[in-house]
Design a protein. Structure first.
Length: 218
């Protein structure tokens, strides 16, 4: 498997959600599967999976993949106008640690352009138009950053450490969806978040629980 450069997250590495979705495919890309990232997923590099471990050509463990119990991480939905209003106040439009991110980077015109803004109750919400090509990893990616932006703050970047996702159905290309995220706990540098993706009819398409890790100060 290869994480193509167009699916970048932090500079020089793959977006965590997309990469995890690709890695989960070695077990069951619709889940419930948990992926723990041990190193930043390298771009344009052949990776192999052996006994639940994703390894690079040098044998370094990039991620660990395992089946888990069904994921219960539903974040209540909002209507699309509410999501659109939240996205206008997306903090990443003015201060983004990784502006080229495939999922939420404002400097990536070819990305998913999911811009999660904060709601009054602390949840995040964003509209999401499904791309022309939709695969399970697309849902994993869409479930990634909206959870992270529930904890990311100016000068306090986080990266995905672990994500467990369950994909109920794929959106159709062009579907106008909504994604929501919320913080549910954490301690120290770790934050626990949930996220959910809803289709145009309000049906739950996927949900995820994830651990995000704050990067140490530069």
């Amino acid at each position: 498997m290869i994480i193509e450069a167009r699916f970048q997250g932090p500079d020089g590495s793959g977006n965590g959600g997309w990469s995890a979705g690709i890695f989960a495919g070695a077990v069951d890309d619709r889940g419930p599967v948990e992926v723990t990232l041990r190193r930043p997923p390298p771009l344009e590099t052949p990776l192999t999976v052996v006994d639940g471990e994703v390894r690079d050509p040098d044998g370094q463990v990039i991620a660990q993949v395992r089946r888990v119990e069904p994921v219960d991480a539903v974040v209540p939905p909002v209507d699309r106008p509410t999501a659109e209003a939240a996205a206008k106040a997306y903090p990443g439009l003015v201060d983004h640690p990784f502006p080229g991110c495939y999922v939420c980077g404002p400097a990536n015109p070819a990305g998913l352009r999911i811009f999660p803004g904060r709601l009054p109750d602390g949840r995040t919400a964003a509209p999401f138009r499904a791309p022309a090509e939709v695969v399970p990893a697309t849902v994993w990616a869409a479930l990634d950053c909206p959870g992270g932006w529930a904890v990311i703050a100016p000068g306090r970047p986080y990266v995905l450490g672990r994500i467990a996702a369950q994909v109920t159905a794929l959106p159709r290309p062009g579907d106008e969806c909504v994604v929501t995220g919320a913080t549910v706990g954490g301690a120290g540098r770790k934050a626990e978040v949930h996220s959910s993706l809803y289709g145009p009819d309000g049906a739950l398409l996927g949900q995820a629980r994830a651990t995000w890790i704050a990067l140490p100060p530069a």
